[in-house]
Design a protein. Sequence first.
Length: 277
Amino acid sequence: MFFRHGLIAVLLASVAGTSIAEEKPLWELGFGFFTLTSPDYRGSDESRGYLLPFPYIVYRGDIIRISRSGIYGRLFETDRVNLDLSADGSVPTDSSKNSARQGMPDLDATFEVGPALEVCLWQTCNGDRKLQFRLPVRAVFSTDFGSIESRGGSAHPHLNFDIKNIGPGGGWNFGVAAGPLYATDRFHDYYYEVAPLYATGARPAYDARGGYSGSRLTLALSKRFARIWFGAFARYDTLAGAKFENSPLVRSDHAFMAGFSVAWIFAESELFVDVKD
């Protein structure tokens, strides 16, 4: 597919404008709620709904940045290339509530951390339209909040296209991202291995291998009002051709996740800083 075979050609694209910085508060604080529907894990045919509170924290420092999408540490930056330290995570799964995993250990919450390369391939002069190549490479860990275990690593090279200040009245931001996923055998084993101890007649033993982990398409929409922030997203994964697609724990060759959040911003810095993103 394009994202695997055309990636080198895309990286050679070199048309970019100059981004115009805008002033925003150095930090913002708020509180909100996030609703989410998600499969128990990629490949599960069972989904759950979640309604979770979350702190709204934004910090626009020169090195450390915190946004709705995560925590980043800027390691290197030019007009076209950024190298950040990024993080991600996932919610736990109760195996007793999933028919494919009955009798197996629960899946603990995971968190990921590692460098993320961003290459600006094209943007308009005012920075309202931007096409980037992004490559996060992260170490993955699971935790039951009593101990931490290494679960290998993952990588997600993808193209990301952002459009700012659109829609009725302006101020809406839209983004679309697409690309393949890869992970180590240890990561795949955590989700898709069936150890002989947990094998049954309907669930044979299985040892997952590392490599291609499917492809992902993500759409996101957000807007900041005076004291309210709204965001929504939808994500579709296809597992066709994934290294673990023959695992008995894979009951669906695709996964869909969607959610939206609303936050009230009750405090912000009096100091404003120039930001380009």
